[in-house]
Design a binder for this molecule. Structure first.
Ligand SMILES: [Zn+2]
Length: 340
């Protein structure tokens, strides 16, 4: 059994007839040409008899799991025994209606990006799939459907092998706009790659994600107390604030939590707080929360539009640890993100 915590359980009937995964080479992104609800009802109707994927991501970042990752899902044709597949919504609702002939799939929105980041982090932790953007179908890591499609990314010499991910030549899934977002999404999933020192600011990418081109990077190696409702320092200079409003941001944060005693837990929270010098800083919104139950590395990801100053208070994005433990500490705090 391998079910992702936080995903809605929509397991299809007769999982076991799918056969077990033979290896975990890649997490592969797809687009539905549809909505999550529509795709879900199609998959539920056919059960595991038709084509299905392991995960689905909706327009609002909802995650559902259709197939236990112990078993194969058929979305990647000959690669299905080696690939975790992730379908994503792209049609109707806020995406509107678009001409589905051609390569017109709209960009993933911020909530979908956060959901994809969470799935990638989970499959990395659970199945060891590397958090790197695959340059070709034979690498291991995070890829997209068209990389294994004949007359598209698949080299002719690999037809008929496990690298052939579709029967249908020329398929463009998940579309050029979404493909362009993948490197930044993988970077967000990594949390940060800085080894031991404060990372140098990276140049803004030409596209970034969602037109957000400023990168957010911070790293604090030193241990800090993480008791009570504690705003965590994000660098060794003692800064707390990840972003100050007004700003739109997609952020992933990681922290190594230790000092929890048996039975103790905590919550790692990406939060909007209202700051004013000389006044208590209050949490105005919990953007994303993960329950921390053991002494190990935890990650949390979220997207948020920080408003402008409000009644003399400045809205800020911070990482907070909340616990009743008297001994919890945090070290190796990594912040990675993009903002406008
Ligand atoms: Zn696909």
């Amino acid at each position: 059994m391998a079910m992702m915590p936080g995903a809605t359980n929509r397991l299809l009937a007769n999982q076991a007839r799918q056969g077990r995964m033979q290896s975990y080479d890649a997490a592969v992104l797809h687009t539905m040409v549809g909505s999550l609800a529509g795709t879900d009802s199609m998959f539920q109707k056919d059960g595991t008899v038709g084509t299905e994927s392991h995960f689905g991501v909706g327009e609002n970042g909802e995650i559902c799991q259709w197939v236990d990752t112990a078993y194969t899902a058929d979305a990647n044709y000959l690669g299905s025994g080696h690939v975790i597949s992730i379908e994503t919504a792209d049609y109707g609702g806020s995406f509107g209606r678009w001409n589905t002939n051609g390569d017109n799939v709209p960009y993933w929105n911020a909530k979908q990006i956060v959901a994809i980041v969470k799935i990638l982090q989970w499959v990395h932790k659970t199945h060891g799939i590397p958090l790197r953007a695959m340059k070709s179908v034979t690498e291991k890591g995070v890829g997209y459907h068209a990389q294994g499609v004949p007359n598209n990314g698949l080299p002719a010499s690999l037809r008929g092998t496990k690298y052939q991910w579709s029967k249908y030549p020329g398929k463009v899934c998940p579309g050029k706009k979404r493909i362009s977002q993948i490197p930044e999404i993988v970077r967000l999933a990594q949390g940060n790659t800085a080894p031991t020192t404060q990372p140098a600011p990276e140049p803004a990418t030409p596209k970034g994600v969602l037109g957000m081109t400023k990168r957010i990077n911070a790293y604090r190696k030193k241990a800090q107390k993480a008791t009570g409702t504690r705003h965590l320092m994000i660098d060794d200079k003692g800064n707390y604030t990840i972003a100050t409003g007004p700003a739109e941001a997609v952020v992933s944060a990681k922290a190594d939590i230790s000092g929890l005693k048996k039975g103790e837990h905590g919550f790692l929270i990406l939060a909007e707080v209202m700051y004013k010098k000389g006044q208590p800083t209050v949490i105005s919104r919990e953007i994303a929360t993960v329950k921390v139950t053991a002494n190990t590395v935890w990650s949390v990801a979220g997207a948020w539009a920080l408003p402008k100053d409000h009644k003399g208070k400045s809205p800020r994005l911070r990482l907070i640890f909340k616990t009743s433990s008297k001994t919890a500490t945090a070290h190796n705090v990594y912040i990675s993100g993009v903002r406008d």
